[in-house]
Write a protein that binds this ligand. Structure first.
Ligand code: CNA
Length: 238
């Protein structure tokens, strides 16, 4: 393990073109559960599986039930960035890191100070009226009860990519470009099973593909360096 961390430290020391691509595992050390770990949301019981509740069809058909789950499980407004978020922000400030591409919707990278954050699945911090597009803060959504409505009467929807919805093309294009041009690509805290996000790594053309994850992923065999462990603990040694 220490040899691998030393190898990664060397690659980071030598580059000014590092890109990070992460998922829910980046925020578990901040107290936000992921989906697929044993204590993740897929292993808790609700009337419907999370991928059903977090789908466009469900949002439109059972908006109140969607918001009950969403407020309870997806809005973790007291969570603070952990060592992984902070290290990524530090690398960007030192001119080493070009972009953080994330599947997370929690806004913790920005809270840690990262500026170039490409949010593939949107953010709980942006919410819009579906009728007139008036913006609403996450606090307004969290504090309300039932289905949140705009002053115009329209339903407010979080700017989060639900299952069955497509990713924002501009964010996707910028993510592909960052990965294509990256010297070092670190992938961390993601099971790499949610598409199309997981397919982004196929655009990497370099020879320093690093995977930092608690458990094995489908991309382990393609990586140049695989470190299994908690990302905050590992990044705090870099
Ligand atoms: P996932 O499928 O739940 O996978 C998480 C991965 O991270 C698993 O392989 C875990 O083993 C690993 N992991 C967990 N904790 C750590 C840790 N401390 N260090 C290293 N690895 C760890 O989540 P993905 O992001 O791959 O799936 C994509 C979904 C989850 C996206 O649509 C997200 O929007 C969604 N999600 C986001 C959040 C968030 O914003 N914080 C929370 C829960 C789910």
């Amino acid at each position: 393990m220490q040899d691998k961390i030393a190898q990664l430290r060397d690659w980071i020391a030598q580059t000014d073109n590092l890109v990070f691509f992460g998922g829910a595992g980046v925020s578990t050390e901040s107290g936000i559960p992921d989906f697929r770990s044993v204590d993740g949301l897929y292993h808790q019981t609700y009337a419907y599986p999370p991928e059903t509740i977090l789908s466009h069809t469900f949002f439109m058909a059972q908006t109140e039930e969607f918001y009950r789950f969403y407020r309870d499980k997806m809005l973790c407004l007291s969570a603070k960035p952990n060592a992984a978020h902070r290290k990524l922000a530090e690398w960007e400030a030192r001119g080493k890191l070009r972009a953080v591409i994330t599947q997370n919707i929690d806004g913790l990278h920005q809270m840690a100070g990262s500026r170039e954050v490409l949010e593939l699945h949107g953010s709980v911090h942006r919410n819009y009226c579906m009728r007139c597009h008036k913006p609403y803060s996450v606090e307004e959504i969290a504090q309300g009860q039932g289905v949140p409505h705009c002053t115009c009467g329209g339903i407010i929807k979080p700017d989060v990519v639900l299952y069955e919805e497509s990713l924002d093309q501009h964010t996707l294009d910028r993510s592909l470009q960052a990965i294509q041009n990256a010297d070092v690509l670190i992938i961390g805290g993601t099971s790499l099973v949610v598409y199309p996000a997981a397919s982004l790594i196929h655009y990497y053309r370099g020879h320093k593909l690093v995977l930092v994850n608690k458990t094995e992923t489908p991309a382990d065999s393609k990586a140049d360096l695989v470190i299994h462990g908690a990302i905050g603990e590992i990044f705090s040694q870099l």
